[in-house]
Design a protein. Sequence first.
Length: 647
Amino acid sequence: MPDYDSLHKQSIDYPESFWGNVAEELLWFRPWDRVLEWKYPYARWFIGGQTNIVYNALDRHLKNNNADKLALIWASQDNQEKKYTYRQLNEEVSKFANGLKSIGIRKGDKVAIYLPRIPEQFIAMLGCLKIGAVHSVIYSGFSAEALKSRIEDVQAKALICSNAYPYGKKTVESFKNVKEALKDSKTVKDIIVVKRTETNIEDVDEASVDPKKNYRFHWWSDLVSKQDTVCSTAIMDANDIAFILYTSGSTGKPKGVIHSHGGYQVGIYYTLKVSFDIGSEDIFWSTADAGWITGHSYMLYSPLLNGITTFIYEGTPTYPDIEIWWKLIEKYKITKFYTAPTAIRSLMKFGEEPIKKYDLSSLKILGSVGEPINPEAWLWYQKNIGHSELPIIDTWWQTETGMFMINPLPYTKSKPGSAFKPFFGVDADVVDEKGVSLAPTKSMSSAPGASQRLLESSKNMGKQGFLVIKKPWPAMLLDVFNNPQRYKETYFEKIKIAKTKKQDSFSDFCYFTGDSAKIDEDGYFWIVGRNDDVIKVSGHRLGSAELESAFVANPKVAEAAVIGKPDEVKGESIKAFIILKQGVEPSDELKKELTLQVRMQIGPIATPDEIEFVEKLPKTRSGKIMRRILKAQELGQPIGDVSTLDD
Ligand code: PRX
């Protein structure tokens, strides 16, 4: 076991040489002139360098004899299977990329992808990057409304979607959402439709001939079958945009988080490699969806950058039955398995018997992401899935960070419930509102036997504060699309850095994560949760303001306030407090109507768990709803400072 702390210190003392060395493991069309430039509030990595994520994710493996290795295995929920070697995947991606070119998509154009978890979702993403187009993946569970607002914000020229798709017992007719979203779209000129099921074809066909439509229609199979299997990979500047992914923040409108080709690939490549001890024979299964950042970074791009096999299951954890995950691990000999605490907690309910039927001995490392993993779930995961011994890599990161930021390594000593320490090259801290560190000093642990004791308990905890990152890291977001002001305010203006801080080249760098955390005497980080108005439901990010605006879109609602409440399985559940317009009577019917309203505006993931009709909401004198007070009251906690409360 190498001395983690001294290796880590070296990496953050010399971030440029650290990340520069990592970047040399990848291919570049042109080497960079400078590793890093920081000019408040933007960090730019590998300046002058030219590359493309696809150049490293596909082309590199064709050159180094990995062409016939499996890149992607897809298992459908109805027992089909598709396997692609790196060569085959490259051919499919090239055909699709040529298809995009044939309809006029060029470098820098934005392409929206609204697909379920099928191989075309990944082929489409890679195809866009191959020609330098920018993809924006929209989660297939989002409603027509949510789809429309994202398409419009990103100004997508093309949309890739499916006619319908199976989801458990249901068939989701996603094309209906597409038609609705595109009704008066001024940006989308072409749509490419994958036929995933034999249902609702008439509906889709009708769209293809509808003279009123303002876009051209293509079936994916028709477009792609005409294309050549060779397509050159576009040469991109390291800081060119690879993709934009929308994520909820504390206002009503989701933010378009921008990631690059250069720094992003360096960060995600290396974090997976080291944290999951990647070897050439690995079969990596992330149960995420490409509609979220995990699906981008660690389901698709990083496994391919590392030249391993990524496994994708189309279905949910409980369909066709609650044993499906364990069955698939046995069948495909999965070696590294990465999932979310909410899934673990929901599968815990079924006990250990369903797992015991399967041989999970291929597994070597387990991972967790999306929300804090409670010690009980951690221990259950290790005991039952990890044969009581496998390392659990609890990875703390965000859409904005692009890559893992705080996580253990397979050989470091874990404390269930702690995400360990910052990754190499990541300078994280917990600070107060002036930027002063709240990390405890290491006094007690110098006593003989103390460190062992501390590893077992976490009593000697520093104060809770804001989790911040104090130096740039390569996969950090480039900006918020079309909203640099929001970028600056959200990430760099929340903490006023203390004047006493040492003046070095990064003295004005303090990235605000929006999370609260504590550090214990051993330097272990304990993530508490969000400190802004973002709610995490089953690991999915939803903004309170976004939910509230879905409620007030109903003409019977005057005002709404939404909070997250702790939930045993989902992490958080959604509770809404609603003031009705004068003359409107509260009723259970109305609760149902409002629930439906939110599902229509955002999607099923945003389904409220509780709705309470109230007469008044706590507000500041300037009229802002104080959700903090609602939450404290709801949970029976101290209300705290009420000096700004109006009434
Ligand atoms: O609150 C943290 C929580 O998820 C947020 C980021 O959400 P999102 O951008 O959707 O990305 C999720 C996948 C990376 C964080 O601000 N979070 C994520 N991972 C963890 C976590 N909280 C505790 N422990 C984690 N391992």
